[in-house]
Every structure is written in C-alpha cells, then in structure tokens.
Design a protein around this ligand. Structure first.
Ligand code: NAD
Ligand code: 3PG
Length: 484
C-alpha cells in the first residue's frame, strides 16, 4: 500500500505510555489531552493527522468533519462503537483497532464476575467491612455441573468458555458466524437461542453492540430462561436490556447480574448498580497493565506501519475491502471514474461509500479461475461498463487488464496513475508527454496493451496528478487518474 503521511497525533485518553514513545521514536509529534468536552475536541482536532482513543472519547460525525487533516483514528482496544465509522469512511479516514490486545483481560473479568455471582463475594466483602459476620445470608451455589450459555463465540467468548470448563461447567453457545465444529473443538456446543435460553444457569454475552444484538436479553427472552438465571455483561451496555434486567431481578426471574458496561457510562440512573443482586464495575474489562501495554503498543505500531506503507493491520471497515485484491481493484477503478465527478475528495477508503451515494451499483463476484488469485471487477456507471482484472504480486496489487486492453506487463497499482483510452497511434505518447510537461508533470512509467486494435487503454505513471484532466481530452477518448 502507498504510504500515508501522519506527522501529528492527538491521544485523548489514558493510553499506555509505550504508544506515545513508539510514535515519537518514528518522528510523529504527539499531544496528550484527556477528558476534553465535545467542543474542546472539535476545536483541538483540526490540527492533527491522527487521533488515538479508548472507549470514552465520542468520535462523532461533528468531530470527524471538523478534522481537516485527519487520516487515522486509532482505537487502543476492541469496540469502535464510540467512533462514527460511517462518517470516518465517507471522509476517507481510516479507523483501526487492536482487537486482541485485551481479550484475556476481558475474559478473566467475566470469569471473576461469574465466580463472584455464584458465591456473593462482593456483597460478603461489603458486609464484613460494615463489621458483620453473616454466614447464612451469603449462601452460594457451586459452578460445578452448571450450564453456562455464551452468546457470541469470538475471541472473548472462547477464552471464557475454556476457563469456565475448568470449573466443571457445561458450556453451550450461539454465534451466527463461528462454525459449530470450530466451537465444538473448544468444548462449546452450539444451538439456537431458543434452545439455549431454557438450559442456562448462567448466561454471558460477548457480541459487539449492533442492531441485531441490542436487547438480546429482554422481557421476552428472560421469560424463556430458567427462573433465577444469572447473567453477565462484560461486552457492551444495552446487549442486555437494562430496564428488562431490572424487572427480571425484581421478579426473581433473574437471580443476579454482573455488569461491567452500561448504556450510559457512567450510569446516571443507579437502579441497577444499587440493586442488591447486582455486582458491577466501572468498565474495567481492559483495565490491566498487560492489556493496556498490548493495546497501546499495537495501535502505535499499526499507525507506524501504515505511515511506512508497510501494512494496513486492524483497519475496521476500509481495511476489510482494502485487504482483498477485489476490494482494492474495485476501489481503484471507482476512484479513477469518480475522482473528478464527486464534489468531495475521493480516495481508496471512502470511494465505495461515495459510489453508493452517487447511485453507482458495484457488484463484486468471485469466479473460480485457473490462475489463482486473479480478480475481475466490472463497474457500470452512466451506462458505460468498465472492466478490470488484477491480482496481488509480491504483496503489490497489479492491474492486468482494463476493459479489454491486456497490458504487456502487470501495472503496479501504486503512486499517481493516469489511464488514457485512445486509438493506437505512435504519436500518442509524445503528444501526451508534451501536454503533461506543460503542466509540470513528469512521466515515470508507461504501460501499453499487447493488442493495438481499436480504442485501447494505456496507463501512465506520473509525478503528480493533473489539476485539470480536460487538458488531455483533445488527445484521448477517455481519461481518468488516481493516486494510490
Ligand atoms: N468490558 C471491556 O472492557 C471489554 C474489553 C474488550 C472487549 N469488549 C467487548 O466485548 C465484545 C466481544 O469482543 P471480542 O473481542 O470477543 O469480539 P469478536 O469480534 O472476537 O467476537 C464477537 C462475536 O460475536 C458474534 N456475534 C455477532 N452478532 C451476534 C449475534 N447476534 N448473536 C451472537 N453472536 C453474535 C460474532 O460472530 C463474533 O464471533 C465486544 O463488544 C467488545 O467491544 C469489552
Ligand atoms: O472494547 C474494548 O476494548 C473495551 O471496552 C475496553 O475499553 P477501554 O479501552 O475504554 O477500557
């Protein structure tokens, strides 16, 4: 991938000092400013190329749109629900996280809450501190032989399962993505939620917060559970509906809850926190020295790798399509087509959402090809069809064919590229070179197709993009440019 220039980074939360040190060792100026109000952040962010946050900074569309230079939002941790990823993507800002740095810590806190719920440890501690010695009130129940339902069998769900199996718990679970045979290999039997609810003595949720997981446990689903079921939420506030939980605790349908996260943090409404059968923490899942060291270090290294054009690790959405050859090629073709059509500056990160907004339908399909790794993309815009095929060679995405023109050599999709469609003419290159020179642009490479019949596509590597593509229009039938 092409390097991205990051000279200044704002760290807006308490992130491990290794993060700052690594960024500074790599020539990036770092400012740390914590607990800023929204208006302060909006005023501050204008000057920075990068922002590093944890979960408390709300990186809303207002903040992103105020950030004229912003290229990267780094989340030192897992959840990016505090970042408006759509707004960032539309503005061409990469959002990246460090999803595995705090997995063990979050899993261990979940296990601690499960154990505390079974033996009323926090309540007993409080009672002791008040001078009591109450052995009857805090009668517990063993975890051994009980059923633990795990909703969300990703990184944390898996670690919780294997730890709680050591206590003799039977672990069952549900995840729409993790295949049942995979979770079975670490001892979790998968089933539908309808089958899961009535079997569980304990339920723990480990999904992201998204429309399909909001209120997974609600009045209706609590009613399907065993009376007295105990629940843990160490994932995100709202996956267990807070009002339904309170009702279930009051009716005894829920026997206890361990909560590390809340819809509003800190919660203004303290009804759950103050309930005698609730034990809670102020979002401490990732608050260990080890997790913070990993996340702080990882996010800094990921930013440095990106700056050096080495790697794009941890990118949340842009990364998903940029990591694949098909996604890269689709984005590159779209940037070429739309760069001068859309009012907003198009780049490889935001182009797919800009295209969607412009009503351009992009269909990516995969077909089995004899040439492994070959990828073909067709973009239909304004009734014209543009087809490209490419692959990744030595880690570099290359273009092999553009709308019927098969290039003699693969064209590296890096740097500033000019695509020209014209009828084959030996005078084309000198004429184009003359126009480019008069615009102060040098030719760095030239790729011609193998077959010169009819209108064909050429690719010209240039020192910089042209201010106005119209200067080439008298010489060519079609022209597009992009910077990668
Ligand atoms: N309390 C904390 O401090 C803390 C720390 C780390 C992570 N977290 C949170 O924990 C959660 C899990 O993190 P992770 O790293 O395991 O994520 P992950 O992406 O590895 O796993 C999430 C799993 O949820 C599954 N899922 C998605 N929709 C689902 C649904 N409707 N029903 C069931 N499963 C569904 C996904 O398929 C995935 O396997 C996230 O919300 C994350 O933000 C909290
Ligand atoms: O999603 C996460 O990584 C956790 O919720 C931790 O958030 P924190 O970095 O604010 O502790």
């Amino acid at each position: 991938m092409a390097p991205i220039c990051i000279k200044t980074v704002l760290i807006s939360e308490s992130v491990d000092p290794r993060c700052r040190a690594i960024l500074e060792e790599n020539g990036i100026r770092v400012t740390e400013k914590q607990s800023m109000k929204k208006e302060e952040l909006i005023a501050e962010i204008k000057d920075y190329d990068g922002l590093v946050v944890r979960s408390a900074t709300k990186v809303t569309a207002d903040v992103i749109n105020a950030a004229d230079n912003l290229k990267i939002i780094g989340r030192a941790g897992t959840g990016v629900d505090n970042v408006d990823v759509d707004a960032a993507t539309n503005k061409g800002v990469i959002v990246m996280n460090t999803p595995s740095g705090n997995t063990i810590s979050a899993a261990e806190l979940t296990c601690a809450l499960l154990m505390s719920l079974s033996r009323n440890v926090p309540q007993a501690v409080m009672s002791m501190k008040q001078g009591n010695w109450d052995r009857k009130k805090f009668m517990g129940a063993e975890l051994y032989g009980k059923v633990l339902g795990i909703v969300g069998l990703g990184r944390i769900g898996k670690e919780v399962a294997t730890r709680m199996q050591a206590f003799g718990m039977r672990t069952i679970g549900y995840d729409p993505i993790t295949p049942p045979e995979v979770s079975a290999s670490w001892g979790v039997e998968q089933m539908s939620l309808e089958q899961l609810w009535p079997q569980c003595d304990y339920i723990t949720v480990h999904t992201p917060l998204m429309p399909s997981t909001v209120g997974l446990l609600n009045d209706e689903t609590f009613a399907k559970c065993k009376k007295g079921v105990k629940v843990v939420n160490c994932a995100r506030g709202g996956i267990i509906d807070e009002e339904a939980l309170l009702r279930a605790l009051e009716s005894g349908q829920c026997g206890g809850a361990g909560l590390d996260v809340f819809i509003e943090e800190p919660p203004k409404n303290r009804s759950l926190v103050n309930h005698p059968n609730v034990i809670s923490c102020p979002h401490l899942g990732a608050s260990t020295t080890e997790a913070q060291a990993r996340c702080g270090e990882d996010i800094a290294l990921q930013i440095v790798d990106m700056v050096n054009g080495k790697n794009l690790v941890g990118a949340v959405r842009s990364g998903d399509f940029m990591k694949s050859c098909g996604g890269y090629l689709t984005s590159a073709v779209l940037v070429g087509l739309l760069k001068h059509e859309s009012g907003c500056s198009a780049n490889l990160i935001n182009i797919q959402s800009l295209a969607k907004e412009s009503g351009i339908a992009v269909n990516q399909s995969h077909c089995v090809s004899e040439e492994a790794g070959l990828c073909k993309v067709e973009v239909v815009a304004d009734g014209h069809s543009y087809k490209a095929s490419g692959s990744v060679q030595g880690g570099v995405p290359v273009l092999l064919e553009l709308s019927g023109s098969v290039f003699r050599q693969p064209v590296s999709l890096t740097g500033n590229l000019l695509f020209l469609q014209a009828s084959a003419d030996p005078q084309l290159l000198p004429s184009v070179a003359g126009v480019l020179a008069s615009e102060g642009v040098q030719i760095e490479s030239f790729s011609a197709p193998a077959d010169h019949t009819g209108d064909v596509w050429y690719c010209v590597g240039v020192s910089s993009l042209l201010q106005d593509l119209n200067v080439l229009k008298p010489l060519v039938k079609n022209v597009a440019q992009l910077s990668i």
